[in-house]
Write a protein that binds this ligand. Structure first.
Ligand code: ZN
Length: 319
């Protein structure tokens, strides 16, 4: 069950879908049936998620409009109606406005951490290839006991070497290694965490892999894919737990909407250890088996992609 505030945020979509308002930054005709508004004088504001008429003073949120449009008078029934209209609806990913964005430049911090990376053996203990630590400028914050993964100059992901704390720098959340999305020829493996991606790259140095840094970040991924107009194929290899499985379903739905082909698989289904829920644990416990699984699935995906391509080309010949 979502919160009322979240429902209220659907107003922008509701105005566009149910009232044919195409530009929410412009005034539109007042929705108050009592007001004949010849000069558009109603305005939407995403600050309060209401629309307000500067002529008659009427002000509506999504519940008011749903009530008026569907002739519902009881607030609880209005909520139900919004739920019904937006069942499974995912609000569009909104970028932070520049003034909200905390643009700390972490370059100096990264450099210092990178110099100290040898003071921690965290990644080696997790079977990560040393060359990758260098390639991705992974560092170690000795004071805070953190392994630091730069994502951009302004954004990093870090995890504690002494407990299970994971943290992300303030500001916009970004996708690790997202430049790979610039090339639509790529078959891209999407993981939940950077260490999973590094685990895969350890067994296949030629793999293209990106990480979303937590299942809550799938909208940032969709946003990035749209922005880069990526139309290759992705393989989703999230954790084999409840949150991961749900996220795969959500992400696949979103990818379908934007016509991006995707596969999803677990590379660790046949691991004996029931505790083995992520790719890195698999790498540590049985690297050979992980490699075998990966090679098997990877060749399957490539065969399917080739077949689809040929079918497509065949279609053109017939035309
Ligand atoms: Zn009005």
């Amino acid at each position: 069950m979502s919160s009322l505030a979240e429902y209220k945020s659907y107003l922008s979509d509701y105005l566009m879908q149910y009232h044919n308002i195409t530009n929410l930054k412009k005034f539109f005709h007042c929705l108050n049936p009592e007001h004949t508004d010849n000069n558009p004088s109603m305005m939407f504001t995403d600050k309060y998620n209401i629309c307000k008429c500067f002529s008659c003073g009427a002000s509506y949120d999504i519940f008011d409009l749903v009530g008026m449009d569907f002739k519902i008078y009881n607030f609880r029934d209005k909520i139900k109606k919004v739920e019904e209209l937006y069942k499974g609806y995912v609000p569009e990913y909104r970028e932070y406005k520049p003034e909200e964005q905390l643009k700390n430049d972490y370059t100096n911090y990264y450099n210092k951490c990178e110099r100290d990376i040898n003071k921690s053996s965290y990644l080696e203990e997790r079977g990560i290839d040393k060359s990758l630590i260098k390639k991705y400028h992974v560092g170690y914050d000795e004071k805070r006991n953190l392994v630091v993964f730069p994502i951009t100059k302004y954004c990093y992901f870090a995890r504690s070497t002494i407990n299970s704390t994971k943290l992300k720098s303030k500001g916009n959340s970004d996708i690790w290694n997202k430049d790979l999305l610039d090339n639509s020829e790529n078959l891209i493996y999407i993981t939940e965490g950077i260490i999973d991606s590094l685990s895969l790259e350890t067994i296949d140095p030629n793999i293209k892999t990106i990480s979303i840094n937590g299942v809550g970040n799938i909208h940032a991924l969709i946003h990035t894919i749209k922005e880069k107009q990526f139309d290759g194929t992705v393989v989703i290899v999230f954790d084999n737990d409840a949150a991961g499985i749900r996220a795969v379903k959500d992400l696949k739905e979103e990818l379908t909407k934007i016509n991006v082909n995707s596969f999803s698989t677990t590379l660790i289904a046949n691991f004996d250890d029931a505790e083995c829920k992520d790719i890195n644990k698999a790498l540590i416990t049985n690297r050979e088996l992980l490699e075998k699984n990966y090679q098997y699935f990877d060749s399957c995906f490539r065969i399917i992609i080739d077949k689809r391509k040929k079918e497509k080309e065949g279609d053109f010949e017939i035309e």
